[in-house]
Ligand binder design. Structure first.
Ligand code: ATR
Length: 278
């Protein structure tokens, strides 16, 4: 199989290491190549070598939305999230999927032991990552979603998209503390606290309450300041690395029809990140 990744930039991506470790473990003869494709050349490049010969590929920033109009079909996961991160090629037909949402859900449930049913969540941020996470939680039957975002109109837009599956509202920054206090789950989907700005928190420390399960999508650093503060308060926590592993594992399952070796991929990713940071 010939597989790959397109994005810009892609040099920092650790997906090739994760995928190659998985191929070796599964006994698959396959390649996975990361190719930098600019926004301007996407529509051309996707029809040419080497991408045209691939049996499937991942799509990352900045093409997750732009690639949608260049494919033959979209799976429901891509349609409802409004972005594609995985393309499956079947009989020369390219179908766009989104595995970010499922990746997050599998990681959250497996690593924390919770089920989303009946939970009440506050999501920090209203960008692409927030949309993927919020959509899967809404579809899986979470009781309530509040979106807290710097730009209120974007929070309103996302809440209205989620309204067909669950109760969802935008929350103003003034009501943030009270709204978070009433929730059971708090998820950071913003980039605040990401390397190299590791000393920043997405919300004031006093808004982190000990009864909350606190989740952060950021995986570099592995433990953000937000997660550190939450742990100090006694909150159960959920790290960002799992989503990255599980979205890749699900993509691999779509391409091969076989179960992905999640633990093998996890340790390959951790090793690659240690090398990257030293
Ligand atoms: P992604 O696709 O990774 O989610 P994005 O679409 O750029 O990235 O969204 C990033 C989210 O983090 C946005 O909700 C953004 O808030 P705005 O909608 O107001 O832009 C939020 N965000 C990023 N940096 C922020 C900061 N310094 N302070 C507050 N919010 C921030």
């Amino acid at each position: 199989m010939r597989l790959g990744l397109i994005g810009d930039p892609v040099g920092h991506s650790r997906s090739p290491q994760m995928m190659h470790a998985a191929f070796a473990h599964m006994g698959l003869t396959a390649s996975y190549e990361a190719i930098a494709v600019s926004k301007e050349s996407l529509s051309q490049d996707i029809r040419q070598d080497p991408i045209v010969g691939w049996d499937g590929f991942n799509v990352t920033i900045p093409h997750k939305v732009g690639v949608m109009g260049l494919l033959d079909d979209l799976d429901e996961s891509a349609r409802t999230i409004g972005a594609v991160n995985t393309v499956v090629v079947r009989d020369r037909t390219r179908i766009g999927y989104n595995t970010d949402g499922v990746g997050y859900l599998r990681s959250l449930e497996q690593e924390t032991g919770i089920t989303v049913n009946g939970q009440s969540v506050v999501i920090l941020g209203a960008g692409g990552a927030a949309r993927a996470v919020a959509t899967i939680l809404a579809k899986e039957g979470i009781a309530q979603i509040q979106i807290l975002n710097r730009t209120y109109s974007k929070a309103e837009e996302l809440a209205s998209h989620l309204g067909r599956w669950t109760t969802a509202n935008a929350c103003s920054l003034e009501d943030g503390k009270e709204t978070i206090c009433q929730a059971s789950l708090l998820i950071n989907t913003t980039s605040i606290g990401m390397y190299p700005n590791v000393d920043r928190l997405p919300i004031p420390e006093e808004w982190i309450f000990p009864h909350l399960l606190v989740s952060d999508l950021i995986y570099n650093p592995k433990e953000t300041l937000f997660i550190q503060k939450a742990r100090q308060k006694g909150c159960p926590v959920h790290y960002g690395l799992g989503m990255l592993v599980h979205q890749a594992a699900h993509a691999l399952e779509l391409w091969t029809g076989q179960k992905a070796p999640v633990e093998v991929m996890w340790s390959a990713l951790e090793k690659a990140l240690i090398v990257q940071n030293t």
